[in-house]
Design a protein around this ligand. Structure first.
Ligand SMILES: [Zn+2]
Length: 285
């Protein structure tokens, strides 16, 4: 069974006219000002899943600055899940501003039955030590509730693109170490931080850390899938497309190029996410 672990749904009023939101939220504007940056509707997502033979998708919104828009986006994701409970696994986004308000939204959504938190992201300063430390109350909540937390982590090196921010890898690893009860999903291959999983002490810290493949065809050579499996463990790599940015077809091509074996493909394409969701207290799957 295939599961896409990384699909974005924007609020309906944003899809109708994104212009005011591009102005009000600079991070959203930098990513979506171009009309080429697609925004998917519920039916686009269902059509994508059906036409690709994907059974389920983990769906979430955008980490708006405005906490009210965050709530609205989460509520629409929840409604989507209610309409297609066997297809849509809801994760809850939190405001990129963080703070108490974000923690309250985490409490509200996890209490309601969301299967996870994420994709959490910050803009401007990036993931600094302070900003990562400020996630602690939210992470404590996720640990107690038994839901995974997905974080947008990009590479600290290489070409620039909208939304790319500085990331303090030492502070990120320290945060993971402080929260051994939390299943972390580091999006976009965790910006490459998994390489340090070759160090035995870091490998232990990554015991409950997963990586998703979102946007990897734009970032890495096709060898990344196999190398990441070897370092992190086969069960730790989750297929996520970042739809509507990319669909599954592009990843399947990369798997061919990287000569990924059939068992590895199956694990990445769904088996691993299925086990992770089953292991956690989640909405009925
Ligand atoms: Zn991301």
């Amino acid at each position: 069974m295939m599961i896409d672990s990384h699909v974005h749904l924007m609020p309906e009023r944003v899809r109708q006219d994104r212009t005011p939101f591009c102005e009000a939220d600079p991070a959203f504007g930098s990513l979506y000002r171009s009309p080429k940056a697609r925004l998917a509707s519920e039916s686009d997502i269902l059509h994508y899943l059906d036409s690709s033979g994907i059974a389920k998708a983990v769906v979430f919104g955008f980490p708006w600055e405005d906490p009210e828009l965050v709530r609205e986006n989460n509520d629409e994701v929840w409604d989507f899940h209610r309409r297609a409970p066997d297809r849509i696994v809801p994760f809850a986004v939190l405001s990129s501003q963080g703070g108490e308000e974000a923690c309250r939204e985490a409490e509200r959504t996890v209490g309601r039955g969301f299967a996870g938190l994420g994709e959490l992201a910050v803009y401007q300063q990036g993931w600094t030590e302070d900003r990562l430390a400020s996630l602690e109350p939210t992470l404590a909540l996720a640990g107690t509730a038994g839901v995974p937390v997905m974080i947008h982590i990009n590479e600290p090196v290489g070409h620039h693109y909208p939304g790319k921010v500085p990331v303090d890898f030492s502070a990120l690893i320290a945060m993971i170490e402080r929260n051994p009860e939390v299943d972390f999903i580091l999006a976009h291959f965790g910006g490459g931080v998994f390489v340090y999983g070759l160090m035995p002490e870091i490998h232990r810290i990554f015991a409950r850390t997963y990586l998703d493949t979102a946007a990897s065809p734009f970032l890495y050579a096709a060898d990344v899938y196999e190398i990441a499996c070897r370092i992190m463990g086969v069960e730790k790599i989750l297929f996520g497309s970042d739809f509507p940015l990319l669909g599954i077809a592009r990843y399947l091509k990369e798997f061919e190029k990287g000569r990924i074996s059939e068992p590895l493909r199956e694990s990445i394409l769904g088996g691993n996410m299925q086990r992770l969701l089953e292991r956690n207290r989640a909405v009925p799957l």
